[in-house]
Design a protein around this ligand. Structure first.
Ligand SMILES: NC(=O)c1ccc[n+]([C@@H]2O[C@H](COP(=O)([O-])OP(=O)(O)OC[C@H]3O[C@@H](n4cnc5c(N)ncnc54)[C@H](O)[C@@H]3O)[C@@H](O)[C@H]2O)c1
Ligand SMILES: *[C@@H]1O[C@H](CO)[C@@H](O)[C@H](O)[C@H]1NC(C)=O
Length: 479
């Protein structure tokens, strides 16, 4: 073959290869642009879906930021005089909460202590189980209390409203607001001289975190930061903050009883992880701003006005309704055990932590005069009880047998047992849990049958009147 032909043929082959490569490249570009179109559409759709979800789950948050944005300037962006700090409503914001000066007087009255040396406490999550009890106890001993709660529908909001009415009857106002409403928190903390903040608002529940992970991030991480920001940088002087962490931070810890210096780096649920994150965030606010912060690790708190999503409560409901309950057994066949802690004991612990919280050392200017206290305490009962024993006590009190289903504990949040060592809380504020599970559950059942107008046979408690309207039973799943 003449060399030229070979050359040309080779060139042709080369050209052909080149064309193929070009076509492939074009095809790939096509693919890339097509997929980026798809990606773009998917992102837009996902964003829309998130916005809708957010609006559904946080209607109060949206409406508050809307009304607040109607105020002339955001409090953090304008230097304000001391005088304007003293107005709770802020100029132009009188319509924000629609209640004007009379409402402001009401908040200030609620915040005012009734004896010398008493505290003035902002209680977040005050329409919740622990928050309502703590608010009542503080009020009863003469402290000033203002509550705050977003009344979300994680469990029956009518129970939260009922607690709010109870608090109102004792002179405690509970504001309908979200802790992520930074502008409201700043205004509240700069206008009312709170000595303490008891921060209990949170997204609770271990297994619900798999269904609504972002709710945990929003309330337990973002909300905690909003609260610390307002307390550290907008209150003058800074209040001391006591907040609820959780025994769940011990996660898969096997050393018992759980002590504050044990490992907490193996959370078994997102809920636990957000509480652990909260403890780290607390450290940074204490370090930077001199904020006095105390974290309380509660162990399975129960009692009257309790949380319908918790096992003791939903078991009581199921036993009364004749529905089956699910009990967990560990892989090696042992019953799950909990260090059940009665609400009155926990309330005493919370008040003890408030009373012994040292002062914050920072100021609005951002300078701290020295290190401020940073503490963490277990608040438990120190005696873990098999969950089957808790059920047996409920059966006796309700005069009815439970239909039990026993399954192996899934590894989706629950831990086999909890057990508190409370020696630090005992040493620092005399914390001594004093209520047995039998006594505590009796108080709970007494409240439960009255509140839901349940007919209890065998327990001697026939309380339901014929004409009494039944409250609808809580519907959450067992936890
Ligand atoms: N009950 C327990 O056994 C237990 C155990 C460990 C830790 N804790 C912690 O103790 C605290 C109180 O728990 P509880 O049992 O009273 O729960 P709860 O759900 O009854 O109370 C929390 C309250 O906070 C409110 N809230 C939630 N997110 C909010 C937000 N973003 N803004 C404003 N309010 C909001 C809720 O409406 C609710 O009324 C929580 O921080 C919880 O994580 C409780
Ligand atoms: C409880 O904690 C204290 C202080 O850390 C410790 O001295 C004590 O031994 C612990 N108790 C038990 C039973 O482990």
């Amino acid at each position: 073959m003449p060399a030229g032909v070979v050359d040309a043929a080779a060139k042709g082959v080369k050209l052909e290869r080149h064309a193929v490569l070009l076509r492939r490249a074009a095809g790939a570009k096509h693919l890339v642009s097509a997929s980026s179109h798809l990606l773009f559409r998917a992102t837009v759709l996902a964003t829309l879906a998130l916005v809708v979800l957010f609006a559904v789950h946080y209607p109060s948050l949206l409406s508050h930021s809307f009304t607040l944005s109607a105020a002339p300037a955001s409090p953090s962006s304008t230097p304000r005089s001391r005088h304007s700090h003293r107005s709770l409503l802020g100029s132009g914001a009188s319509s924000s909460y629609g209640r004007g000066a009379a409402w402001e007087r009401e908040v200030r009255r609620s915040a005012t202590p009734r004896r010398d040396g008493a505290l003035s406490v902002l209680v977040t999550g005050a329409a919740g189980f622990v928050g309502a009890h703590c608010s009542l106890a503080l009020r009863a001993r003469g402290d000033g209390v203002v509550g705050l709660d977003n009344f979300n529908a994680y469990y029956d909001p009518s129970l939260k409203r009922a607690r709010q009415r109870l608090l109102a009857s004792r002179g405690v106002v509970v504001l309908d607001a979200d802790i992520n409403d930074a502008a409201l928190l700043e205004r509240l903390l700069s206008a009312v001289p709170f000595t303490h903040v008891l921060h209990l608002a949170a997204q609770a529940g271990v297994r619900h975190a798999m269904r609504a992970p972002q709710a945990y991030v929003a309330s337990n991480v973002a909300g905690l930061v909003a609260l610390f920001e307002a307390a550290a940088r907008h209150a003058d002087p800074q209040p001391a903050v006591v907040w609820a962490s959780s025994s769940s931070v011990y996660g898969l810890n096997t050393e018992a009883p759980f002590s504050e210096d044990h490992r907490t780096d193996r959370p078994a649920s997102l809920y636990a992880a957000t509480k652990k994150a909260g403890e780290a965030i607390a450290h940074s606010y204490n370090h930077i701003y001199g904020l006095s912060i105390t974290g309380l690790r509660f162990f399975t708190v129960y009692g009257p006005w309790g949380r319908p999503d918790m096992a003791y409560f939903s078991f009581a409901r199921s036993i009364v309704a004749g529905e089956p309950i699910t009990l967990f057994r560990t892989a090696d066949g042992a019953d799950a055990r909990r260090d059940f802690t009665y609400i009155d004991d926990v309330v005493r612990g919370c008040l003890g932590a408030l009373d012994t919280a040292g002062k914050s050392t920072g100021s609005k200017s951002g300078k701290k005069s020295g290190p401020a206290p940073l503490r963490v305490y277990n608040l438990g009962n120190t005696s873990p009880v098999p969950v089957t024993r808790m059920v047996a006590i409920l059966e006796k009190l309700l005069g009815k047998k439970a239909h039990k289903r026993v399954v192996t504990m899934p590894s989706n949040g629950d831990v086999p047992f909890t057990h508190a060592n409370v020696s630090h809380a005992a040493r620092d504020f005399g914390y001594r849990p004093a209520t047995s599970l039998e006594d505590g559950l009796r108080h709970f059942v007494d409240w439960f049958v009255r509140y839901y107008k349940v007919n209890v046979r065998g327990g001697g408690n026939v309380l339901a009147g014929k004409t009494a309207k039944r409250k609808s039973m809580p519907m959450s799943a067992a936890s």
